[in-house]
Design a protein around this ligand. Structure first.
Ligand code: HEM
Ligand code: FES
Length: 778
């Protein structure tokens, strides 16, 4: 936090009247000037706080009386600790209410109390656990047909008109209807509820004038009464479907956990939580996609990209811009002392644009592979319970709109306005237009019945992030090897990669991994080499027999599980046969940076010359070629003779070679050997052999059982915990989580022995517990 003596005095009003930080007595000019109701924050919260992320990530704002937290790590740390940072003020009115409005609220017996989002422990977790079941992916899947039907009905209403206000004509009502269905509330007058919801937002997070406060209080009071009536109705007959009837039924068994006050408050808060957040998120998503036309066009061409695009929309332009917490003991946030009793405005929208966590964070990239790390749903034990319902709605909206209105565009020059408040953010109206004569369904009505695979409920996996690539060159290299060059299907630069990286190519029904062996500096083309393997699993046959110039393939990656340690004093690169492909890129890199390295190239006989000329030309002085038929087979036991301490060995090739190296590595120092694995020996879980155990989640406060026939990853997902994944075979490292306690039975091929021994991380897609319990940092 920057607090120099110069900044402690206000240049305008003079030192004595300058607002003061309660701890240091100083407040920087910009911290004092921050106004979450001002134009800059209202127009673009993360942009208005860039200065803070860069220079003063935790600051006190005297006008608001809040400490403002803007960096990713700090915001996440605050969400993570719900004891030190109590959520009790999450729904407190950010602007104090005038007496008149208080009287109005009292006249309606307004008594909004703790629900879940603002409940402290020990009350919160038992309630959350008890009420979780309707949010499991299995339960949510039941709602998809309803969400799709509603979405289609609303699009039907305007599809032929050529224009719509997507907020008024679709998002507001569909999300409200879905929310009411989910909650199990009879559908009421949508317009009235709309007025109620807006009043609630302004009441909680806005800065209404005195007169507005009274009007808002009237609506809030009526909303409160309405909620009470609905609860009474449902109590009279709690047999129906939905979260509220479910809660009422539970009340019989746990009256202390599911109290009357909770039910009444949740009835009101639940409608807002489930509805406005999602309507706003949908409007934000379409707006940002219209402004990034290329991304929209790609979703129209390939809807499998939608799940990750939804996460990127939520990251880049989420519907909850900031949240609140109360500090319960003197502490530090990001190194800044913050006293007990301090109120925090944690700006999750700013955290989502923190370059320290997201590369080029202001860029909108539907293929961003950590988009799902966004904090728009909060994090930890209070993380949004409805996130997977919201994700499902957003995905269905985008699937339907990209299919039926790919030519949608924003009405130019419209002034997009936002309801002024700190937290709930979305356009009040979003005017769009299109040429109805060009509607695809007029040419081909069958698109309306498009068959889709069942929607995956939950966070998307990295495997959904694909891009089209065109085959721009195929060149025989001899020895039954083809070099293949690929360029981006949309003519854009390909992602950067580093030596050792590979891509996954979809070849017909197959998906195969190939190392990149071209020049990492080139973003216009990727180069890979494929050996024909007549007894292989079919990928190489596809490339050799069917792949043609100009073909378009789907590609995932690049990913790198075989990264060079940048600091080794010496490198030994070992390649067997076609395993030379990642090794070439490594050798080129080491030569370019002037590192000390040697290259051992093993081949069966002298006829396997495909890469010999190339490596001789570029690495001759460092190269030894080992040819089995000539008796110069590599002796792995002598590989490190004379090599300095800290030497790293990188190897790729046939399993026999890797096994021999792994056997020798038993006598080498830890971390010496690194091998590229494209397959594992992992087999299906056999319940007769495996045992069950419990996961304790330190950040979320949950205990989750893992059955003998399920993975840790699937158990976590079934309870709505987001963990990234890619290979789901223990190869890639995407699903790594922190282990706090309990011994892990490691079954991946990613971690080194030292990492395993440290027992601090595990791969959730394959590894398990040795004992009966693991505590994870989730
Ligand atoms: C909590 C955002 C949709 C139900 C939250 C929190 C945020 C949030 C920021 C507080 C998290 C924390 O304190 O760590 C959103 C966004 C949504 C959305 C951005 C849409 C895009 C929904 C939906 C429901 C829902 C559809 C369905 C009922 C809840 C509940 C909580 C919550 C019950 C309280 C959880 C607890 O404190 O244990 N949401 N939400 N939300 N949300 Fe959502
Ligand atoms: Fe790749 Fe688990 S998802 S190691």
């Amino acid at each position: 936090m920057v607090m120099s003596s110069e900044t402690s005095t206000c240049p305008v009003t003079g030192a004595s009247s300058a607002p003061r930080c309660p701890v240091t007595g100083a407040v920087s000019e910009r911290a004092a000037a921050f106004d979450p109701f001002g134009d800059a924050y209202q127009a673009d919260p993360p942009a208005s706080l860039r200065w803070s992320r860069d220079e003063e990530p935790v600051f006190y704002n005297p006008e608001l009386g809040y400490w403002v937290v803007t960096r990713y790590e700090d915001v996440k740390a605050v969400f993570r600790d719900n004891l030190l940072f109590s959520p009790s003020i999450a729904l407190e009115k950010i602007t104090p209410v005038c007496d008149e409005a208080t009287e109005v609220l009292a006249s309606y017996d307004y008594a909004m109390n703790r629900t879940l989002v603002n409940e402290d422990e020990p009350e919160h977790m038992p309630r959350r656990r008890a009420l979780m079941d309707p949010f499991t992916p299995k339960e949510l899947a039941r709602h998809e047909p309803m969400v799709r039907r509603l979405t289609r009905e609303y699009v039907d209403r305007f599809v032929d008109s050529g224009h719509a206000d997507l907020v008024d004509d679709m998002f507001w009502e569909v999300t409200l209807t879905v929310a009411l269905h989910f909650l199990g509330v009879p559908e009421e007058d949508v317009d009235t509820l709309r007025r109620f919801s807006i009043a609630h937002t302004v009441n909680t997070w806005g800065r209404p004038s005195r007169d507005q406060q009274v009007a808002v209080a009237e609506s809030v009071g009526k909303f409160w009464q309405f909620a009470g009536t609905v609860v009474d109705k449902l109590k009279a007959d709690p047999s129906g479907d939905g979260w509220m009837p479910y809660s009422i039924r539970l009340q019989k068994d746990m009256p202390d956990v599911i109290t009357d006050s909770y039910l009444h408050s949740m009835m009101m808060a639940g409608i807002v939580a489930a509805h406005e957040t999602t309507a706003n998120a949908a409007a934000n998503a379409v707006k940002v996609l219209m402004e990034n036309r290329q991304a929209w066009a790609e979703l129209c061409a390939d809807e499998s990209l939608i799940p990750n695009a939804v996460e990127e929309c939520l990251r880049h332009n989420g519907s909850v811009a900031a949240w609140r917490r109360l500090v319960t003991a003197d502490t530090q946030i990001g190194g800044v002392a913050v006293p007990k009793g301090a109120k925090l405005l944690i700006v999750n929208s700013s955290a989502n644009r923190d370059d320290r966590h997201f590369d080029d964070a202001d860029a909108f990239d539907i293929r961003r592979d950590n988009a799902v790390d966004h904090l728009t749903f909060g994090y930890g034990s209070h993380q949004c319970m409805g996130k997977n319902l919201a994700r499902m709605e957003l995905r269905v909206f985008l699937e339907e709109l990209t299919t039926r209105l790919p030519h949608l565009e924003l009405v130019p020059d419209q002034r997009v306005t936002y309801l002024p408040n700190t937290s709930f953010r979305g356009p009040e109206h979003l005017l769009v237009q299109w040429d109805p004569a060009a509607n695809p369904e007029r040419r081909d009505p069958s698109i309306l019945d498009k068959a889709r695979p069942a929607l995956h409920i939950g966070a998307p996996t990295k495997r959904t992030i694909t891009r089209p690539v065109n085959v721009t060159a195929i060149e025989p290299l001899g020895g039954d090897i083809l070099a293949v060059e690929l360029s981006d299907g949309n003519g854009r630069p390909l992602p950067r990669w580093s030596p050792g990286a590979h891509v996954d190519l979809e070849l017909g029904d197959l998906s195969r991994q190939y190392s990149l062996c071209g020049d990492p500096e080139r973003r216009d083309v990727y180069r890979l080499a494929v050996l024909r393997e007549p007894d292989g699993r079919g990928g190489s046959r596809y490339v050799h027999e069917r792949l043609a110039l100009g073909d378009t393939l789907r590609m995932r990656g690049p990913r790198n599980h075989f990264r060079l340690d940048p600091d080794a004093p010496h490198y030994v690169l070992v390649a067997g046969g076609i395993g030379i492909t990642p090794i070439i890129a490594m050798a080129d890199h080491l030569a370019a940076i002037g590192a000390s390295y040697e290259l051992r190239y093993c081949r069966r006989d002298a006829s396997s010359t495909a890469f010999v000329d190339r490596v001789t030309r570029d690495h001759g002085a460092h190269l030894t070629v080992h040819t089995s038929t000539e008796g110069t087979r590599l002796d792995v036991s002598t590989l490190l003779d004379g090599a300095p301490n800290g030497t790293r060995v990188y190897a790729c090739g046939p399993q026999r070679l890797l096994d021999a190296l792994e056997a020798s590595a038993a006598d080498w120092p830890e971390e010496t050997l690194h091998v590229e694995h494209f397959t594992t020996t992992r087999t299906e879980l056999d319940p007769a052999v495996e045992h069950s155990f419990d996961l304790e989640l330190a950040d979320s406060g949950l205990t989750i059982p893992v059955a003998p026939d399920e993975t840790v990853l699937s158990a976590l997902r079934s309870r709505g915990i987001d963990v990234a994944s890619d290979c789901e075979e223990g190869l890639c490292g995407s699903c790594e989580v922190t282990v706090l306690d309990g011994a892990v039975d490691h079954r991946d091929v990613v971690l080194t022995n030292a990492e395993r021994a440290s027992n601090t991380v595990m791969m959730t897609c394959c590894s398990r517990a040795t004992g009966t319990r693991l505590t994870l940092g989730l």
